[in-house]
Design a binder for this molecule. Structure first.
Ligand code: KMH
Ligand code: ZN
Length: 282
């Protein structure tokens, strides 16, 4: 509903940027945890988490996810959403490995696509394997939809019982190789969602601002963050994830969308109050 509390997801770091391409990228566990704390203070309730190794490279190592999660938990309460996408080319077992820590949420990309010059592989068997790992660990899935074919896959896979029953949908528009981040495309996708299905909109680069603004007005939820956008405005780099969260929160308030507290976000998503927290790696 256009007046319901707004869940803001912050995608802090992603797997694509480097310090060379973007100097303010949070990389170490401490830097990522500080970025999370600042984003949560600005209004984010879901942290979409990628981590980096000591060399700054994208990593799906369980120990690093555990360390970063612990550091975040010590600083603030938020819903941790682990990436199972990793970086393009990350082997399937590595993509699934952090799920043993049982975060509240994890992503599940719904199809293979060109990803810039690369191929982001999410064949039927890959989707099935990641979905099983998500279900086995009692995690809520966020279904990542980068184009309309992936949207069609939701119904196909749900009918076959492959998807976790509880899921949230994230439209990630504007990846080169995926659907363009236009308002028309967002409306097309949202119009076809099942009644009552919760959804978030994310968009790359300069489309992040107009697309998330429209999503707020449409009653959806939003994702912002450096993973998707490194510019605050033309010619001005974002320095901290919290800047992007703060701006979208300001816009939401103007549009009469209160910002969800973490308790409200859990209720909207159908998450039980997190009892166990992130487990230590075995
Ligand atoms: N880094 C992309 C190849 C996700 O986090 O689930 C995949 C990605 C999606 O970022
Ligand atoms: Zn991601």
């Amino acid at each position: 509903m256009p007046s319901d509390p707004l869940i803001i997801t912050c995608a802090l770091v992603g797997a694509e940027q480097t310090r060379e391409t973007y100097p303010f990228l949070p990389l170490s566990p401490e830097e990522i945890a500080v970025a999370a704390e600042e984003a949560v203070a600005a209004g984010a309730t879901v942290i979409h988490l990628h981590v980096r190794d000591a060399a700054g490279k994208p990593s799906q190592q369980v120990e690093i996810f555990a360390e970063v999660s612990e550091k975040i938990r010590r600083r603030c309460d938020c819903i941790l959403q682990y990436s199972t996408g990793g970086a393009v080319g990350t082997p399937l077992a590595e993509r699934c490995a952090p799920l043993q820590l049982r975060p509240e949420m994890a992503t599940l990309s719904m199809g293979t696509m060109n990803f810039g010059p690369d191929i982001y592989e999410n064949s039927e068997s890959t989707i099935t394997a990641i979905a099983s790992a998500i279900k086995d660990n009692g995690i809520m899935a966020e279904l990542e939809v980068f184009d309309v074919g992936m949207f069609e896959n939701i119904a196909r896979f749900a009918a076959r019982g492959i998807l976790p029953q509880r899921h949230h949908v994230d439209f990630v528009l504007g990846v080169p190789g995926g659907m363009a981040a236009t308002i028309g495309n967002l409306v097309l996708l949202v119009d076809r969602l099942a009644v009552g299905q919760s959804w978030t909109a994310a968009a790359l680069g300069r489309q992040q601002l107009p697309l998330t603004t429209h999503a707020i007005a449409m009653g959806g939820h939003v994702r912002v963050g450096i993973e998707d956008n490194i510019y605050y405005r033309k010619g001005e780099l974002v320095r901290r994830n919290a800047q992007l969260v703060d701006r979208v929160a300001r816009l939401a308030r103007e549009l009469e969308r209160p910002i969800a507290t973490v308790q409200q976000a859990r209720a909207i998503l159908g998450l039980k109050q997190h009892e166990t927290g992130v487990r230590s790696p075995n």
